[in-house]
Design a protein around this ligand. Sequence first.
Ligand SMILES: N[C@@H](CCC(=O)N[C@@H](CS)C(=O)NCC(=O)O)C(=O)O
Length: 213
Amino acid sequence: MAHQGKYRLTYFNAQALGEPIRILFACANFAFEDIRIANEDWPSLKSKYPWDVLPVLEDGEGRVISQHLAIIRYLATKFGLAGKTDYEMAKCDEYVEAAADVRNELLNYLWDTDDTDKPAALEKMETKILPSVYRKYMDIIKRNESGYLVGNGITYADIYVVSILEYVTKRLRMEPKSSNTFHDFPDFIEYQNRIFNYPGIKTWIENRPILPY
Ligand SMILES: N[C@@H](CCC(=O)N[C@@H](CS)C(=O)NCC(=O)O)C(=O)O
């Protein structure tokens, strides 16, 4: 493996958009440098990155990739975890984009400065959006029979979906008015635990920093 240990992933000391990429490295048993920028250092560093945002991947050969979905797709393709056929690759993308949509809903909620909208938006996340996506992902997994979203083994779609939804639920749980009703999805939790116990991933999950989200 030509680039073993040469990749540098730069993100903040948070799970959020960095964690699916870190878990992907762990799943592929591929060493990487896990750089975490302190929030107070960010303003002076921001302009050094291609789009002024993190995460950013450096490949050890002077090449830099920004945008978290570009990074995770690039690595998943390299690691053979992006689907085996064109169709499987497209389905991985589909399931990943659907989870990214849920994160966008979270951001819409968090960034909404109109306090009168907030309770309804939080309720919508907890009682409509999350239950609906959990159900849809579980239906897909049941139909697929392999226990994974796409094909007959783990792909980056499984990793991205469980990691991003973990982040979204952890972040919502921090809201004082969270009802936490969205945690009653044992099928999804069982699937998430199965992915988190996958060889390579299990060691990462057991040793990763404990962070609020
Ligand atoms: N479209 C980008 C968004 C990345 C993004 O919003 N990163 C946030 C952290 S989650 C960031 O860098 N925030 C610092 C800033 O905007 O100054 C991606 O998908 O990677």
